[in-house]
Write a protein that binds this ligand. Structure first.
Ligand code: C2E
Ligand code: CA
Ligand code: CA
Ligand code: CA
Length: 274
């Protein structure tokens, strides 16, 4: 078995080397993609649940790779964070989204995901405000979605940056609410307007009563703190009607629409009754 152990060590090493090579290749490719603007915003509708009004879109990054096709954010956002280029990617997506939104109804809002690592940059607030001014996009039409679980290191700078932005009308949503480590603490630590109920909870609400209790508890918690709620991952009509009964404000999910390109979004808007 000594030989067996040796053999598996060799295989392990070979596997590691392979993984490192792949990561390096991906990194080179990503740097090129950022320079060539291959990463673009897709848009997923946000719907007010008292009726069927379109409120706006969540901006979701997609890499339109010349040979590999459409690459989802999970495959490149963590690497963009690691190589220190997530701020630049955010800026580019925001500029592009503001410019896409120019041909859409002027009351539509944009929700953009912000990576916790971006809070390490003190200039973040002014960079965002510069972009909004340049693109002539009203700050009140922008919402930032922040993920709570990785915020822990940066809470004080996050608070400062978010407060600056909120003072001019930008709003803040806590994304993936309930999945992090200190979600309840952030409710009092950070300036927040909205809780986004994680897709996992909404999905399990379809399967069991326990799931519903969690969703209901989050909506009630939001009410206690005067916060609005968005439920993501709505796929089934029966989930939608129960979320309405619970008083959840905004819904998002495949039932209303999947994330689509700017061009597809313009067409979708044309086909949608006012
Ligand atoms: P998220 O912010 O929680 O975004 C919601 C994800 O759920 C999106 O996945 C969306 O396509 C998916 N989704 C929405 N409705 C449904 C549904 O009804 N069913 C199912 N199965 N899925 C649904 P996506 O686009 O793959 O994004 C994954 C994550 O990547 C996002 O999760 C967000 O954390 C991150 N991300 C995406 N774009 C950006 C970005 O520009 N910057 C940063 N920092 N993160 C981003
Ligand atoms: Ca989000
Ligand atoms: Ca989410
Ligand atoms: Ca998520």
């Amino acid at each position: 078995t000594r030989r067996g152990l040796h053999g598996s060590l060799r295989r392990f090493e070979a596997g590691m080397e392979e993984a490192l090579k792949e990561r390096h290749a991906l990194e080179v490719d990503l740097r090129r993609a950022l320079d060539e603007d291959e990463i673009v915003p897709f848009y997923q509708p946000l719907i007010a649940l008292d009726g069927d009004r379109l409120i706006g879109f969540e901006v979701l990054a997609r890499w339109q790779h010349p040979t590999r096709g459409l690459i989802p954010p999970a495959a490149f956002i963590p690497l963009a964070e690691e190589i220190g280029r997530i701020g630049e990617l955010f800026d580019k997506l925001l500029v592009r989204a503001c410019s896409d939104a120019r041909s859409w109804p002027s009351d539509l809002r944009l929700s953009v995901n912000i990576s916790p690592t971006q809070f390490a940059e003190p200039q973040m607030a002014s960079r965002i405000l510069d972009i909004l001014a340049k693109e002539n996009f009203a700050p009140a039409r922008l919402e930032l979605e922040i993920t709570e679980n990785a915020l822990v290191d940066e809470v004080s700078s996050a608070r400062l940056i978010l407060t600056t932005l909120r003072n001019v009308g930008v709003s803040v949503a806590l994304d993936d609410f309930g999945t992090g480590y200190s979600s309840l603490r952030h409710l009092s630590d950070l300036p927040v307007d909205r809780l986004k109920i994680d897709r996992g909870f909404v999905e399990s609400a379809r399967l069991n009563e326990e799931g519903w209790r969690i969703v209901r508890a989050i909506v009630q918690l939001a009410g206690t703190f005067d916060l609005a709620t968005t439920a993501e991952g709505i796929e089934a009509p029966e989930i939608l009607s129960t979320l309405r009964e619970l008083g959840c404000d905004i819904g998002q999910g495949y039932l209303f629409g999947k994330p689509i390109s700017a061009e597809q979004t313009s067409l979708w808007l044309l086909g949608r009754p006012l």
